[in-house]
Write a protein that binds this ligand. Structure first.
Ligand code: PLP
Length: 393
């Protein structure tokens, strides 16, 4: 099977991890020999409620037996999508009331950028260095890493980059700017949280010049940072909110949310401002609804901050320089890249799943399911400390 995987399935890196999955449940992924691997990554922040949460599985199964795809986006009234969008609106500030459901995070970013252009009738976008917003041409254009982008140029023109968390370049946001797009917490850059009221300052500047603020919550969203959305920590409300990943607890999804007035710009002149066949898919919407219901009726979101404390208490070692991030979106910074690689590989052998961050090679990614137990956290942290102890220069 691994040989076929490497040959028949397109590869994107020279060194895939090649864990062969037979099933997954809760905080564990089981390999072909039924060994349990403790998952500190959650499909890269996607499996919010752990693997195969019974409520999500039930919702999917029930909806799949009633109807699946019936029509392209936006034509038929399909209860799962409508109920979800209404429920989401009830949990968001009043200006974030109308949701466009799509298939992935990157598509949601594309939709948000298009919407900003249509709304402001401007085309210039400001984004942050070291940002990551996805891998299609538009979202790649507003992502920061030149090393990943240069092979695909020319990309979408009109993008300017500013330094995240720096006040200095805010004057680059002008009356020509359609939108500023930022991750609320920078993910690939190393789980960098906004400091010094940075987001509020960007918000104020956008409002002053009539630019829209797009916040990408694809990674921190859905409770991972101890609030349903990370922007709630920073007193800054975007004009367009972009969500995905953990939204449906393991099913492919994305969405962008704005006021009804802004969203209406996709409806006319020309109509069909964003087209998708599968966006709003009823099975995915049912999984999203089950996830949101569970998050809002349990203590999982609050518990996230206690779990963060436990990780920070347990993960003390001479090779750990710092732990960045918030809630269960943690980047354990090691003193050099060699140690990071050693820990990921050593833990993989000992059946603890860890991963890297895109642009910060010294960081160990810790983004487990929100349902992880304290015992599982302790067990995994012990394995990390053992891996650190076993490192030889
Ligand atoms: C902040 C952020 N934006 C956008 C994306 C793209 O999402 P997707 O991989 O679902 O297209 C990601 C994925 O890692 C992300 O972390």
């Amino acid at each position: 099977m691994k040989k076929d995987f490497l040959h028949y399935q397109a590869q994107t890196s020279p060194h895939p991890l090649t864990l062969q999955v037979s099933r997954a449940s809760g905080s564990y992924i089981y390999d072909e020999n039924n060994n349990a691997h403790l998952d500190f990554v959650a499909g890269v922040s996607a499996c919010t409620l752990g693997h195969c949460h019974p409520k999500v599985v039930d919702a999917i199964t029930k909806q799949a037996s009633e109807y699946m795809h019936v029509m392209v986006y936006g034509e038929y009234v399909q209860e799962p999508a409508v109920t979800y969008a209404k429920f989401l609106a009830s949990l968001l500030p009043p200006n974030l009331e109308t949701t466009y459901l799509v298939n992935s995070g990157t598509e949601a970013i594309e939709g948000a950028l298009k919407l900003a252009k249509r709304t402001t009738k401007r085309h210039k976008i400001i984004a942050a260095r070291n940002s990551y917003h996805g891998n299609t041409m538009g979202s790649m254009s507003v992502s920061g890493a030149e090393s990943q982008k240069s092979a695909y140029r020319p990309l979408v023109p009109g993008t300017t980059f500013i330094e995240f968390n720096s006040d200095k370049n805010l004057d680059k946001i002008t009356k020509d700017t359609a939108a500023v797009i930022l991750e609320t917490i920078q993910g690939g850059a190393g789980f960098i949280v906004p400091t010094n009221n940075y987001l509020q300052k960007v918000r104020a500047r956008c409002t002053a010049v009539g630019a829209l603020l797009i916040l990408d919550e694809i990674q921190p969203g859905f409770g991972r940072t101890g609030k349903l959305f990370a922007f709630e920590h920073y007193n800054c409300i975007p004009d367009i909110l972009v969500i995905g990943k953990g939204m449906a607890s393991g099913m492919p999804v994305g969405a962008f949310v704005a006021s009804n007035q802004i969203m209406k710009n996709l409806q006319t002149n020309p109509k069909l401002g964003h087209i998708t066949t599968f966006g709003g898919n009823p099975v995915i919407a049912a999984a999203s609804l089950a996830t949101l219901q569970e998050l809002t009726t349990s203590s999982l979101i609050n518990d996230t901050l206690e779990k963060e404390k436990l990780f920070k208490k347990l993960l003390k070692h001479k090779y750990i320089s710092e732990i960045r991030g918030k809630g269960l979106m943690l980047a354990v910074m090691l003193i050099n890249v060699d140690i990071t690689n050693h820990v990921v590989m050593h833990c993989a052998k000992n059946r603890l799943i860890l991963f890297w961050l895109l642009f910060e090679p010294k960081a160990l990614r810790i983004s487990p399911p929100l349902t992880i137990s304290n015992e599982e956290i302790s067990k995994g942290c012990k394995l990390i400390l053992e891996a650190l102890d076993s490192y030889k220069k």
